[in-house]
Design a protein around this ligand. Structure first.
Ligand SMILES: C[S@@+](CC[C@H](N)C(=O)[O-])C[C@H]1O[C@@H](n2cnc3c(N)ncnc32)[C@H](O)[C@@H]1O
Length: 222
């Protein structure tokens, strides 16, 4: 990427980080990242017929795990703006016709051409200014079927000041200022104001990471 859309963002990855993303995540988590993602995907309770939209899908690693739960009529669309991610995603999944990739920004309105049972946003939404996060949530909402589920896998809510100093040091070194803001917000309230209800949460990594599942409120019929 030549120039960042959002100067402070660390989810807009450099080509080097994008090309080595899975290895880097596994190294900085001392080998725990694989097991964590596998568990989080299991907690998504994917049905074999689900149609899933993965916003900011990255290398396709999460898609590969989700595909294990999908049957022949299941479908997964991965969306990402990075050409390095596109290459890796397509290399992993070129022979699977349940899957498609779209090179597309998720922070502006778009139409993926279908509606989904589940939308996953995994370690993406924390890396944007708050007004932009709302646009991503709107895209998720617009692409869900009534009663479909949004799944945000990301940091949980916590107070930087109450963290052990060595955890705070790592978080502040690795993460951007948008993430510092993300962890302090009340996400259930935000999502509720954006058209979502029925929350379920699963915590990982000493409760610093969370899968937050929430359902799209069906339009009220008069
Ligand atoms: C931290 S990575 C997470 C990747 C993947 N979701 C995962 O959990 O492994 C963030 C991803 O978001 C993508 N991304 C960042 N800004 C984006 C935007 N505006 N539109 C689409 N994708 C974006 C990046 O290219 C990158 O693949």
């Amino acid at each position: 990427m030549d120039r960042k859309l959002y100067a402070e963002s660390k989810v807009e990855l450099t080509p080097f980080i994008a090309r080595n993303y899975d290895t880097i995540m596994n190294s900085i988590s001392f080998g725990k990242y694989d097991r964590f993602i596998r568990k989080a995907v299991q907690d998504m309770n994917i049905d074999k017929e689900d149609h899933i939209l993965d916003l900011g899908c990255g290398t396709g690693k999460n898609a590969a795990l989700m595909l294990e739960y999908l049957g022949p009529s299941g479908h997964l669309t991965g969306i990402d703006l990075s050409p390095d991610m596109e290459r890796q995603f397509l290399a992993k999944h070129s022979n699977d016709n349940r899957l498609e990739f779209k090179k597309q920004r998720i922070d502006i309105p778009f139409d993926a051409g279908r509606k989904y049972d589940k939308v996953l946003v995994s370690f993406v939404i924390h890396g944007f200014p708050h007004d932009v996060r709302k646009k991503i949530l709107k895209n998720a909402y617009d692409h869900l079927k009534p009663g479909g589920q949004l799944m945000i896998l990301d940091f949980s809510e916590f107070d930087l000041l109450n963290m052990p100093w060595h955890h705070r040091l790592v978080f502040k070194t690795v993460e951007c200022k948008y993430a510092f803001d993300y962890i302090e917000r009340d996400w259930k309230e935000i999502l509720n104001n954006t058209g979502f209800t029925d929350f379920e949460e699963y915590l990982y990594f000493r409760k610093y990471a969370r899968l937050l599942k929430t359902k799209k409120i069906s339009p009220i019929k008069n």
